[in-house]
Design a protein around this ligand. Structure first.
Ligand code: HXC
Length: 258
């Protein structure tokens, strides 16, 4: 699938960029948009010339969440048949790092999409919230779980039960985002960060992402074992030999991605 209607894709060196492109609907995440997003991320994930990805929206809205108009009349079976949550889950199966470049509203599924990314660069106008309670539901794409793990119970409860928004500076203070920059520079900053990561040893980057994310899934003992296996495995790569040799020879390493 390449002639997308709800997203735009670009490459910037070794970085794949996806722009959510439903500006009139605040980048509401209808099923079609999610399918296109997943398709684009998978294509970048499979492309050896790409090392990291960035997802962004517009200055006004990263995304205002799942498309309320599309969901309003759905029955539970409709949602199941549409595979509503499967699409979201599949984003977490992308192996290369994904950075969310967030400006303006990141609400509901939009906040959850940012949480599915590995790093978040926010503009000073960014606002994160789970307003589902105001339309009679709760987050359905991980918000109650991921926000609670990152922010703790107190703040997560306020967001989920009482529509509390987190402004960019609060999000930074609570460790939800990596950095807050001006609205003029948030996308460039995200592309720069992605470019830096994309220039690093590719197999180590993938295993590093997997290991950090497994801290949210596993016990400490299991997580440490997973980390150790990944660490040992990297000693089978040419890049490990090259990286250590380059250090000894005081030169820059030339990565092969194998
Ligand atoms: C469909 C949406 C939308 C959404 C905005 N729009 N959010 N359409 N789904 N989530 C549309 C509006 O209907 C409007 O279209 C246009 O975008 C501009 O929005 P306005 O409301 O006029 O703009 P503004 O007054 O600036 O308010 C911005 C806003 C507000 C604060 C972001 O739009 C808002 O509260 N949106 C809903 C946020 C929300 O509840 N999200 C959670 C969704 S549930 P028209 O055609 O009227 O111009 C969810 C669950 C995920 O995400 C579960 C996944 C499994």
């Amino acid at each position: 699938m390449t002639d997308y209607t709800d997203i735009l894709t670009e490459t910037h060196g070794r970085v794949g960029l996806v722009r959510l492109n439903r500006p009139k609907a605040m980048n509401a995440l209808r099923g079609h948009l999610l399918a296109e997003l997943l398709d684009a991320l998978r294509a970048f994930d499979a492309d050896d010339s790409i090392g990291a990805m960035v997802i962004t929206g517009s200055e006004r809205a990263f995304s205002a969440g799942a498309d309320i108009k599309e969901m309003a009349d759905a029955t539970p079976v409709d949602l199941m048949n549409r595979g509503l949550s499967d699409g979201w889950h599949r984003i977490s199966t992308i192996r290369k790092p994904i950075i969310a470049a967030v400006s303006g509203f990141a609400l509901g599924g939009g906040c959850e999409l940012a949480l599915l990314c590995d790093l978040i660069v926010a503009s000073e106008t960014a606002q994160f919230g789970q307003p589902e309670i105001t339309i009679g539901v709760i987050p359905g794409a991980g918000g109650t779980q991921r926000l609670t793990r990152i922010l703790g119970k107190a703040l997560a409860m306020e967001m989920v039960l009482n529509n509390r928004f987190l402004k960019a500076d609060e999000a930074l203070q609570h460790g939800l985002v990596n950095r807050v920059v001006t609205v003029e520079s948030y996308l460039d900053e995200a592309l720069k960060l992605a470019g830096e990561i994309a220039a690093r040893a590719p197999v180590a980057v993938r295993l590093g992402k997997e290991a950090v994310n497994s801290a949210y899934e596993l016990s400490l003992t299991e997580g440490l074992a997973a980390e150790q296996r990944a660490f040992y495995l990297l000693f089978s790569t040419e890049d490990q030999k090259e990286g250590m040799q380059a250090f000894v020879e005081k030169r820059a390493p030339a990565w092969k991605g194998k």
